[in-house]
Write a protein that binds this ligand. Structure first.
Ligand SMILES: *[C@@H]1O[C@H](CO)[C@@H](O)[C@H](O)[C@H]1NC(C)=O
Ligand SMILES: *[C@@H]1O[C@H](CO)[C@@H](O)[C@H](O)[C@H]1NC(C)=O
Ligand SMILES: *[C@@H]1O[C@H](CO)[C@@H](O)[C@H](O)[C@H]1NC(C)=O
Ligand SMILES: *[C@@H]1O[C@H](CO)[C@@H](O)[C@H](O)[C@H]1NC(C)=O
Ligand SMILES: *[C@@H]1O[C@H](CO)[C@@H](O)[C@H](O)[C@H]1NC(C)=O
Ligand SMILES: *[C@@H]1O[C@H](CO)[C@@H](O)[C@H](O)[C@H]1NC(C)=O
Ligand SMILES: *[C@@H]1O[C@H](CO)[C@@H](O)[C@H](O)[C@H]1NC(C)=O
Length: 770
């Protein structure tokens, strides 16, 4: 408690820190722009080329739970592995990179096997999965050939793992049980010998074993050399921050930022989908093997869908991930490279690809097509890169016209592709696609102004009017939500679906602007279970992707309380749930809280660091602190903070080339009188102007360059009357220690519909077999 008081008081004096030089995303700052106690929540390691494990998770054979390989260990012994020995190591967070170890001694041509897992649920001799061909990837087989530093080859860069199991098999592998990293297979005849070694004791110190011909290796250090987030050698040099009275929310914000860093990779280390890569690189790698050496974009860094997989450019990331990147590390170069890849693979008719290489050979999705356009807006807004926009403007408008041409006499976008975020039923006159287009049309005028093209304005506006009428056909009065389409999945249709994605987009695109907004928000909230908000369009799924849109939707309806409640419920579960990484945001999971993402039959395939799941990193900044840029770099801005009933203080901000945007809100008390005061401080860069809205007070044309402070206080007993003004109240302030966080509603876990799940997958799933 005391610590929180201190922070709240600090808040009252700490804003308005000048930027020492212009922030340039082509050469990111090497130090954090907002130093402070909140940095203890940063998940990025201090030295990303040397990440050591922090815990021994499990051992087998003669390996003791020794601390030799752990960070900070002063244990001078070495760890010796012989046949049958295994050690599973745990890192402080989900990480990425190549494993290296220091060999002190070895004998008899030893090899070790490596198995990686993001989730604690798949730690063992078999790794988790990157492809969907087999349930688990093959363990990697590494032969020791020299003393000293041994590192895996450049292509064996695992993009996401928190657990690493290394072991020496007590039997020579047969067939394809292992995957060899260049070393020839063990010689014939060794199998028998190895079998006879099994079970023999192996001492930790040196090779004191009786069997002189047993293989063995002594290791004195093990580390991971991480190449994710190549844009900055210091992964902790954040350009934004968030802090609040909820330690859970703070962890969520930083887990999102770190997830985005793990999903940003060296473009030459892409695509874990080796079966797709084969179309280009003709690799002969066996089913279940993995490597990351496929070039997925030009440039030096690129933002992708996920750390472990697919390690490809996916437009689904453009709406959620990009603003999150902008306010945490400002790695806009990685965003630009991803957008360039999508435009480089634009098809002849102007359609944009469903994904970048090794895809981009004909695949198309109406929704992802529009996500790319929204990505252009986000990129230009935060980077101010108008020259880039000019180069792509013709491509952009052609692509926009493609979507507009699909709006038919019903006033809705009639999709031509079933592809979306792997959810089923993307057919017909779809609500999500129509609302996405509406949003793209709202955002295009700012872009058109920047390039000086005024030719399309009228057709865009009239298209918006058409969509506003069209979407009414999908309104289900009885349910108070929109239906997925006007066919079978329509209101009272044989398979009525009231989708999370479409209803969220209806709100966040502002296509409807009446009292149904709050109704939809409340109806979405009614559906939540113990582990989060269900994506009813995709049975059995909790999708932090669609859920991130739902967060924005509640805010758009003015229901900020629901947004923060859902973050703590769903993203809190993704941190503290038993099968997650407690450091990154997962691609999806099951309504009953199981780690399986029902898009895949193998639960091990889930990606635990997926950029599209990082909604809170954006939403806390844009909607709770309420800082929105309304023109590139924030030359103009709008600030509308919302503390919500869940918080007693919140502060944070970020920077662009123009300078720092920062907001702090806190509930305090005047110690002498007990008067309750809510104080807000806002600081924006000079030479900018904006609009501030707070509790019904609106200030237009506020000039940046100095700090603005507001407060209001309540002096009646029941707390219903708030007064503003009277500067005298701003004396002897202490944190409002009478503030109590309201209790969270109890909810039942979702129930799995196994029949629907297995019908969708076309097979029984791994978890049910268990
Ligand atoms: C990490 O890998 C890079 C090359 O990718 C190399 O230059 C560097 O020395 C390595 N660092 C460590 C500590 O292994
Ligand atoms: C990271 O650790 C390696 C190995 O100890 C060291 O060579 C390198 O200088 C360290 N880098 C930083 C940034 O501390
Ligand atoms: C490895 O180092 C050990 C002692 O540290 C030494 O006895 C052994 O001969 C070395 N092996 C090779 C192949 O150099
Ligand atoms: C990538 O690695 C795989 C597996 O080792 C190999 O087959 C392929 O040729 C490599 N590709 C490149 C571009 O290095
Ligand atoms: C790199 O840029 C060139 C030229 O624009 C383009 O043809 C190529 O497809 C790009 N590579 C990738 C992997 O996107
Ligand atoms: C759906 O059915 C209910 C009654 O079951 C009816 O009141 C409602 O008007 C119907 N809605 C539509 C859109 O047909
Ligand atoms: C997750 O990590 C936080 C520290 O960031 C820790 O306080 C919490 O106990 C951890 N949760 C679990 C379930 O291990």
């Amino acid at each position: 408690m005391l610590k929180k008081h201190a922070v709240a008081i600090v808040l009252l004096v700490s804003l308005t820190q000048a930027l020492s030089g212009p922030l340039n995303f082509e050469s990111l700052p090497l130090d954090t722009l907002f130093p402070g106690p909140w940095e203890s929540n940063i998940k990025a390691p201090f030295n990303k080329s040397y990440i050591e494990p922090v815990k021994v998770f499990n051992t087998e054979g003669s390996v003791s739970k020794s601390s030799v390989l752990l960070a900070g260990s002063d244990d001078r012994r070495s760890l010796t592995l012989g046949p049958g020995d295994l050690v599973s190591l745990e890192f402080a967070e989900n990480i990425a990179g190549r494993v290296c170890f220091e060999v002190e001694d070895y004998k008899n041509e030893p090899f070790i096997a490596l198995a990686y897992s993001e989730s604690p649920a798949f730690v063992g001799r078999e790794p988790d999965a990157t492809t969907d061909r087999i349930e688990r990837d093959l363990p990697l087989h590494f032969s020791i050939k020299h003393n000293g530093t041994n590192c895996l080859g450049q292509q064996y860069n695992r993009g996401g793992f928190k657990y690493l199991t290394i072991y020496m098999p007590d039997d020579v592998p047969t067939g394809r049980a292992f995957w060899h990293t260049g070393m020839s297979a063990p010689k014939r005849g060794l199998r028998h010998t190895l079998n006879s070694w099994a079970g023999q004791a192996q001492k930790l110190l040196g090779f004191s074993s009786t069997a002189n011909n047993r293989p063995g290796v002594s290791i004195t250090a093990l580390w991971v050399n991480c190449t994710a987030f190549p844009s900055n050698p210091n992964g902790r040099a954040y350009t934004g921050y968030f802090d609040s009275s909820s330690s859970l929310l703070n962890r969520i914000w930083y887990a999102g930022a770190w997830t985005l860093q793990l999903s940003t990779i060296d473009p030459k280390e892409g695509s874990a989908l080796i079966d797709l890569n084969r179309r280009w690189d003709e690799n002969q790698s066996p089913t279940g093997s993995w490597y990351s050496n496929f070039t997925i974009s030009n440039g030096t860094a690129v933002t992708t869908d996920g750390g472990k997989r697919d390690r490809m450019v996916w437009p689904g990331d453009m709406s959620i991930a990009v603003p999150g990147i902008a306010v945490s590390t400002y790695d806009m170069l990685a965003v630009r490279n991803a957008l360039d890849t999508l435009f480089d693979h634009q098809y002849g008719d102007g359609s944009l690809p469903y994904a970048g290489p090794p895809m981009g050979t004909g695949e198309f999705s109406d929704t992802y097509h529009i996500h790319t356009l929204l990505g252009v807006y986000n990129y230009v807004l935060y980077s101010g890169d108008v020259e880039w926009l000019k180069r792509h403007w013709a491509d952009y408008t052609t692509a926009l016209e493609i979507s507009m041409a699909k709006v038919d006499e019903f006033g809705l976008l009639h999709v031509s592709s079933t592809a979306d975020w792997l959810r089923p039923g993307m057919t017909g006159h779809n609500v999500e696609a129509s609302a996405l287009l509406y949003d793209a049309l709202s955002k295009s005028p700012m872009l058109a102004d920047l390039v000086g093209d005024f030719s399309n304005r009228e057709s865009w506006t009239s298209m918006q009017r058409i969509l506003e009428h069209g979407i009414e056909r999908l309104w289900c009065e009885d349910s108070g939500l929109f239906a997925d389409n006007k066919g079978r999945r329509g209101c009272n249709g044989s398979e009525e679906v009231l989708p999370q994605d479409g209803n969220s987009w209806a709100l966040l695109s502002h296509i409807i602007n009446d009292d149904r907004n709050l109704k939809i928000s409340r109806n979405l909230r009614e559906r939540w279970g113990k582990y989060g908000a269900p994506a009813t369009e995709f049975p059995n799924v909790i999708s932090p992707f669609a859920g991130s849109f739902e967060l924005l939707a509640h805010c758009s309806a003015g229901n900020y309380d629901a947004a923060v409640e859902l973050m703590e419920l769903q993203w809190g579960y993704m941190l503290d749930g038993p099968a997650f990484t407690n450091s990154t945001c997962a691609e999806g999971y099951r309504v009953d809280g199981d780690v399986q993402y029902p898009a895949y039959w193998s639960a091990a395939r889930n990606s635990h660091a997926h950029g599209w799941s990082t909604g809170p990193t954006t939403v806390l900044m844009q909607e709770i602190l309420g800082i929105k840029l309304t023109s590139p770099l924030g030359k103009t801005w709008s600030i509308k903070p919302q503390l919500t009933k869940w918080l007693s203080y919140a502060q944070g901000g970020f920077a662009t080339r123009l300078g720092k945007f920062e907001v702090g809100i806190s509930l305090v008390r005047q110690s002498s009188t007990g008067l309750k005061i809510e104080v807000i401080r806002i600081s924006t860069p000079k030479d900018t102007t904006g609009r501030i809205e707070w509790k019904g007070h609106i200030m237009e044309n506020v000039h940046g360059g100095h700090e603005v402070q507001f407060w209001r206080y309540k002096d009646d007993l029941d707390g219903s009357v708030w007064n503003v003004g009277n500067e005298a109240v701003l004396k002897d302030l202490i944190a409002d220690d009478e503030w109590i966080k309201p209790p969270i509603e109890e909810r039942e876990p979702g129930v799995v519909n196994w029949e629907a799940l297995e019908r969708h997958l076309g097979r029984s799933t791994y978890r049910r077999q268990q």
